[in-house]
Design a protein around this ligand. Structure first.
Ligand code: GLN
Length: 294
């Protein structure tokens, strides 16, 4: 420890150098985000007070945050937040950090609901809700919708409930615990729309994921076994029993899986109008299909 207290300016400088030495990326930004987080101020505030001296407990909280990042823990778990659909979500290691490409599922839902054939008060299921990002974003975006959100992880359901509360939509979402559609078996429920971002990383790709993802995000939320299609194929198989005729299934997946998913959908004979949709990086990311009448 140096004799004089560290200032914000000095601490950001040495920490940025340290993160660089440890070969992390966006080092200056990371140093700033974590210091602002530890001091409970904004990044702008740091710049307005660069010569502010920091006390020992502030410095030790920061050291701990930096230690976590050096061990490749994602920044979002350390700060406990991630933005999705311009809303703020609490995240921790019980849930996958919401990815920007999943916003395409919300956009597509809104788009499909404009079709006259769908109900004014649609029933929507977010299957495998995780942090609740999709369910909460849809509740915000579609005020007339009734929303259900399910997950097999009790920890995820707890986080999703917190996020519904945080965004003022907890009375709009019905949370269910269980494997895929099992919570809705024997319930006589027919959804207008089922949306899902299931685990879809293949066994082959799993080990090559960045350490942030592979070693810190929940395997249960990522691992789609062999070719990554384990859950996707089960969802395609089960959903016709839980959709009303004319209702839609919307599934996120890896671009290389979309062709196989379309084949599975077409071989099922329960769907029509299947299509795949590109995300903003111009990769096929979402597959959708409509349930035909029985
Ligand atoms: N898009 C995620 C990733 O590549 C995977 C998400 C998922 O399996 N649902 O890290």
């Amino acid at each position: 420890m140096q004799d004089n207290p560290w200032t914000i300016r000095e601490l950001l400088k040495v920490t940025t150098d340290y993160l660089q030495k440890k070969q992390l990326d966006v080092c200056r930004l990371t140093a700033e985000i974590l210091l602002a987080h530890c001091l409970n101020i904004t990044r702008m505030d740091l710049y307005l007070d660069l010569d502010r001296p920091l006390n020992d407990s502030e410095v030790s909280a920061y050291r701990e945050a930096i230690r976590r990042r050096i061990s490749r823990e994602p920044l979002e778990y350390i700060t406990g937040t991630q933005e999705f659909w311009s809303l703020s979500f609490y995240v921790d290691k019980r849930v996958l950090i919401p990815r920007p490409e999943s916003e395409l599922l919300v956009e597509q839902t809104v788009e499909l609901l404009k079709k006259a054939t769908l109900s004014d008060n649609p029933r929507i299921l977010d299957l495998g809700t995780g942090s609740g990002a999709l369910a909460v974003a849809m509740a915000k975006e579609i005020p007339k919708a009734r929303i259900w959100a399910s997950d097999i992880s009790e920890g995820a359901i707890e986080v999703a409930r917190m996020n519904a509360q945080r965004n003022g939509v907890s009375d709009r979402i019905d949370f269910r615990y269980g494997d895929l559609l099992q919570p809705f078996a024997h319930q006589d429920i027919a959804f207008d729309l089922i949306v899902s971002n299931p685990p879809y990383v293949s066994s082959e790709e799993y080990d090559d994921l960045p350490p942030e993802v592979r070693d810190h995000e929940p395997r249960l939320a990522l691992d789609g076994h062999q070719d990554g299609l384990f859950y996707i194929s089960r969802i395609i198989e089960q959903c016709p029993n839980f959709l009303r005729p004319g209702g839609w299934l919307l599934l996120e997946m890896a671009p290389g899986q979309t062709e196989k998913a379309l084949e599975l959908i077409e071989s099922k004979m329960a769907y029509s109008e299947s299509a795949r949709i590109m995300d903003y990086s111009r990769h096929y990311r979402v597959v959708r299909a409509m349930k035909i009448a029985d």
